[in-house]
Design a protein around this ligand. Structure first.
Ligand SMILES: [Zn+2]
Ligand SMILES: [Zn+2]
Ligand SMILES: [Zn+2]
Ligand SMILES: [Zn+2]
Ligand SMILES: [Zn+2]
Ligand SMILES: [Zn+2]
Length: 562
């Protein structure tokens, strides 16, 4: 969405007018004609992607094959340094969370220890005398590692007569998991723990499908030997879907290990975003890294935090604090307001659940009177003084109550505006769906072309986007410390809000063929103006982060407290 409606600065210098003089946009000074040189394409969007804005972050989107190529390069590198097969190098890298430097260092220090821990080498054998196992089990130890053809040949002779006392050495191998003696194909890893192909397939499928696990180890109890990719592929030979899910999990594991990569959080999307600028925690006090994955322009998410939306202009830490607060408070805030009081000693919220006015705080055990908030000790049975309004202790308690109520009122002020912008944005989208039909009809009845009736869609999109900005400005304002900077911030917020409300009203105006041309002019002009206000809001906030200008009224992760 973001890149679609950018206004080039050179073409729109004339919008730097005094914002008190908004009527000017509607004036027939010819300015607006500049933005509709030839219809749709130039109405709002000028040129291809512009230079990066101060509130935008540099990033690139990578498809799954692109990430796989990056992984393969690391694997090949390790494979050539260590002189191991690529599938082994891959297991070593996964084991070390793709930290190549650390892997090289540890491997150079003690290759065997790393290989054993990663499950690509058997642990050194204890020097104990060989256990007196049956000859058949020792026979299988010496057999081929992957598939035991010898055993499947035995099986053939076995099927003639069930358990027809075969020669002692050729006792058929039975899978120790399913005990199904009709199995003919057995697979084992380098540990030589054999299981039938069916059991392997079931086991790997369940790891991949239900546990989303891509580090597959041997099924034998206590065995840590890892399954290399070719083994997994062979076990899943007739289930390409699980095999590709496995490959996706490998990519996800890799991406999760690399700080400058993040997997797209949208369901069933396999794109990755690379954003080195936001790879460190400290960068998140300077930028709000909103990215789009590349698979769809609707896949907007924050690189720096788990919010799957554009939360500019507020930084990740503050956005998260706000959402957490809303989650904890909002549903109950109004209820709390009317049904509870805060303990005047410890401020914890107390709910009255009976007729008795003698309250005891669950947390600090303070006893007080529900009616006057004064300490209960002064309400002794002999002299009940609750009726005296100016009892000193009661006055103090009520003051504390007022302060606590004031903080709740303050929160609700911001929360209601936050929620309202969210709601209004949704409603304007719904409304637009209805309007769109009307516009299409109008295309037939008026001289307007399809391209010319698109101004309404543009305006609705801009309103939606700006309401999202406004929504988050309330989260930001809630945490901004009072002072000059906050006032400037709220001035920008007010200007944007006013412009958005005006445009909202315009787009809901009745449409008829008589006035459509003048409506179009007004809407187009106002849309450009609203975008400009949005730019100012976002730019100024972004600059403020870079300059360290914003002060918070509470401790915010990553910011200095002063
Ligand atoms: Zn089996
Ligand atoms: Zn094993
Ligand atoms: Zn995506
Ligand atoms: Zn974020
Ligand atoms: Zn208390
Ligand atoms: Zn009382």
């Amino acid at each position: 969405m973001s890149s679609d409606y950018e206004i080039s600065d050179d073409e729109h210098e004339y919008y730097e007018y005094d914002d008190e003089d908004e009527e000017m946009v509607d004036a027939e000074d010819g300015s607006a004609s500049e933005i509709e040189v030839d219809g749709f394409g130039n109405d709002f969007k000028v040129g291809v992607r512009q230079e990066r804005k101060i509130y935008e972050v540099d990033y690139s989107a990578l498809s799954q094959p692109e990430v796989e190529r990056i992984m393969q390069a690391d694997v090949d590198h390790i494979s050539s340094i260590f002189g191991v097969e690529p599938p082994v190098a891959a297991i070593l890298l996964r084991h070390m969370n793709w930290n190549k430097e650390k892997l090289i260092e540890k491997y150079m220090d003690n290759a065997s220890a790393v290989a054993v821990a990663a499950g690509v080498e058997l642990p050194p054998r204890e020097p104990t005398p060989p256990p007196s196992k049956s000859s058949s089990s020792r026979g299988s130890m010496a057999g081929p590692q992957r598939t035991t053809r010898r055993l499947s040949a035995d099986k053939g002779s076995d099927s003639k007569g069930k358990r027809a006392s075969p020669p002692i050495d050729a006792e058929p191998f039975v899978c120790p998991i399913c005990f199904d003696d009709s199995q003919t194909e057995f697979l084992s890893l380098l540990c030589d723990h054999k299981f039938c192909a069916g059991c392997w397939k079931e086991y790997i499928t369940s790891k991949v499908r239900t546990e989303a696990e891509c580090m597959i180890t041997c099924m034998a109890e206590g065995c840590n030997i890892a399954a290399p990719d070719p083994f997994v592929e062979k076990a899943l030979a007739d289930d390409r879907e699980t095999w590709s899910r496995y490959q996706e999990l490998l990519v996800r594991q890799f991406v999760a290990c690399i700080p400058h990569l993040k997997f797209c959080p949208y369901p069933s999307c396999t794109y990755t975003v690379s954003c080195p600028a936001a790879a460190t925690k400290s960068s998140l006090t300077q930028i709000v890294p909103i990215v789009t994955c590349g698979a769809s322009s609707a896949h907007v998410f924050c690189f720096g935090c788990p919010i799957d939306a554009d939360h500019r202009p507020v930084v990740c830490a503050v956005a998260r604090m706000w959402l957490q607060k809303c989650e904890d408070d909002s549903e109950t805030a109004n209820w709390i307001k009317s049904n509870t009081k805060e303990c005047s000693k410890c401020q914890s919220t107390i709910e009255k659940n009976g007729g008795c006015n003698h309250m005891t705080c669950k947390k600090c055990k303070y006893e007080f009177c529900w009616v006057c908030m004064g300490p209960w000790s002064e309400h002794g049975t002999s002299w009940y003084s609750c009726n005296r309004y100016d009892e000193k202790a009661s006055i103090e308690a009520r003051d504390a109550q007022t302060r606590s109520r004031a903080s709740l009122e303050r929160y609700l002020h911001y929360y209601n505006r936050w929620a309202n912008h969210e709601q209004s944005a949704k409603l304007s989208m719904e409304l637009h769906a209805k309007t769109e039909k009307k516009m299409e009809e109008m295309q037939i009845t008026s001289a307007l072309t399809w391209i010319q009736v698109q101004f309404m869609k543009k305006a609705v999109d801009v309103v939606f986007r700006c309401r999202m900005t406004l929504k988050w400005t309330y989260a930001m304002a809630y945490y901004l410390a009072p002072g000059n900077q906050k006032e400037l911030f709220e001035d920008n917020q007010r200007d944007l809000e006013r412009a958005v409300e005006e445009l909202s009203e315009l787009i809901e105006a009745p449409i008829d063929p008589e006035t459509i041309m003048s409506l179009r002019q007004k809407v187009t002009d106002k849309t450009v103006y609203v975008q400009k206000r949005n730019e100012i809001m976002l730019e100024d906030t972004a600059k403020g982060y870079l300059e360290g200008r914003w002060r918070w009224n509470t401790h915010v992760e990553g910011f200095d407290t002063d």
